[in-house]
Design a protein around this ligand. Structure first.
Ligand code: FAD
Length: 381
């Protein structure tokens, strides 16, 4: 039997960043079902930090996370966890109103430049001529998820915390103020507090514990990689996104990657790309840019898991002692992970709320007590 003060279920970015923060004051053990950390969503993302994602709350969490990426805490190696990559959001004439609205929303969070057609094409020469308006955040950050995951893991271990990989929690029982967890390998763990950071499986873990699920919705998203046209200066290309949720692309290991920003409902699973979305990515790339996708070099898919209101959930379950939710990070889980981890540590440690600009009530899981809210499709990202 392994004992700890806190047992974190899930070794993605949510679980590891919270575990690292919590390990400063508690004995923390992380259970990860797969043999390697970050195997699911955290290892399959587009890895950007940007403000054209989510809504005001997500932007506030992102802003609160930025200092961490610029100077990670002690325990991380000296290697940076991200590098500068400009972000360009572009629009056709008929999309101008949407760009205006986005500009009004995000200027509070970043230094945003309004671009005309010639500026747009200077920043991203691959766009077709109909991209005539743009917003640029020249200080966007492309994260290195490996550095982020390993840095958090190193910090956890330096504080005496442990990772137990290849251990899927399959039974959770509460007795005498302690959670007893049994894994698929038959190993047993116990702790008074469980942090449910199981990503797409977080509702399943809640059900195992007899806790009311939250109504999480895993949505599949697809990415393809392919060659850029000869002569493309990949070093200078921005992360480039349509103002609506149609397409984004960016340089990726000497090629380009693109996503049609699909949101296909899925079970929690090892997500695989579907031919339709692969073809859609190539189609939209050719529709909006001068690039010909002659051959898809590689493809992958991952799940972005949302709560019913598309805001993440962090806090104690209202219906079970010692059960703490850290779920619903949707399409912004990397870029908000430092703030979410700090919030988890403050709620568990009962210390003052760390971010004045992030509204506490909007994040607590008890907002779903009783009946889950309806999904608001207008809050897309
Ligand atoms: C295509 C795509 C693009 C994205 N782009 C961005 C982006 O640009 N910026 C950004 O910030 N975010 C982005 N995201 C979102 C981001 O990847 C997720 O929000 C984040 O990775 C979620 O982290 P997580 O730790 O909650 O989930 P995961 O990484 O999935 O981790 C959950 C872990 O829990 C484990 N687990 C589940 N059940 C159990 C159990 N019973 N016992 C033990 N372990 C268990 C799983 O094996 C898994 O490893 C993107 C996602 C996708 C798919």
């Amino acid at each position: 039997m392994h004992t700890a003060d806190i047992l974190v279920i899930g070794g993605g970015i949510a679980g590891l960043s919270a575990a690292a923060a919590l390990s400063e004051h508690a004995r923390v053990a992380v259970l990860e079902a797969e043999e390697q950390v970050g195997y699911h969503s955290s290892g399959r993302s587009a890895t950007m930090v940007h403000y054209a994602l989510g809504d005001r709350l997500v932007r506030a969490l992102t802003l609160a996370s930025r200092p961490f990426f610029g100077s990670p805490p002690e325990g991380f190696s000296d290697a940076p966890v991200g590098r500068r990559m400009p972000v360009l959001v572009h629009a056709r004439e008929d999309e101008r109103a949407a760009l205006d609205a986005l500009e009004a929303e995000i200027t509070a969070f970043a230094e945003i430049e309004r671009l005309d057609a010639s500026d747009v094409h200077e920043l991203c020469p691959l766009l077709k001529d109909d991209a005539v308006h743009g917003l640029a955040d020249r200080n966007g950050t492309r994260l290195d998820p490996h550095a982020l995951l390993q840095g958090n893991l190193r910090r956890l271990r330096e504080h005496g915390g442990t990772l137990h990989a290849g251990q899927r929690a399959t039974q959770l029982e509460r007795a005498n103020g302690t959670w007893n967890v049994t894994t698929d390998k038959g190993e047993r763990f116990s702790a008074p507090l469980i942090v449910n950071a199981a990503g797409s499986w977080a509702d399943r873990v809640a059900q195992l514990a007899g806790v009311q699920p939250m109504g999480l919705r895993p949505l599949r998203r697809t990415i393809i990689t392919f060659d850029a046209p000869p002569g493309t200066d990949l070093e200078r290309l921005p992360f480039t996104k349509t103002v609506g949720d149609a397409l984004y692309f960016a340089p990726e290991s000497g090629r380009l990657f693109a996503s049609p920003m699909d949101e296909v409902p899925s079970e929690p699973t090892d997500a695989q790309p579907d031919e339709y979305e692969v073809a859609l990515a190539a189609y939209r790339m050719e529709e909006r840019t001068i690039v010909k996708v002659e051959r898809v070099h590689s493809r992958w898919a991952g799940l972005r898991t949302f709560t019913p209101d598309r805001h993440p959930a962090v806090g104690f379950a209202p219906d079970a002692d010692g059960f703490f939710w850290l779920a619903g990070q949707g399409g912004f889980g990397l870029q908000t992970s430092p703030a979410m981890a700090a919030i988890a540590a403050s709620l568990i440690g009962d210390t003052p709320w760390p971010f004045a600009d992030v509204p506490r009530e909007a994040l607590l899981p008890d907002r779903f007590a009783g009946q889950p809210a309806e999904v608001d499709p207008a809050l897309g990202d």
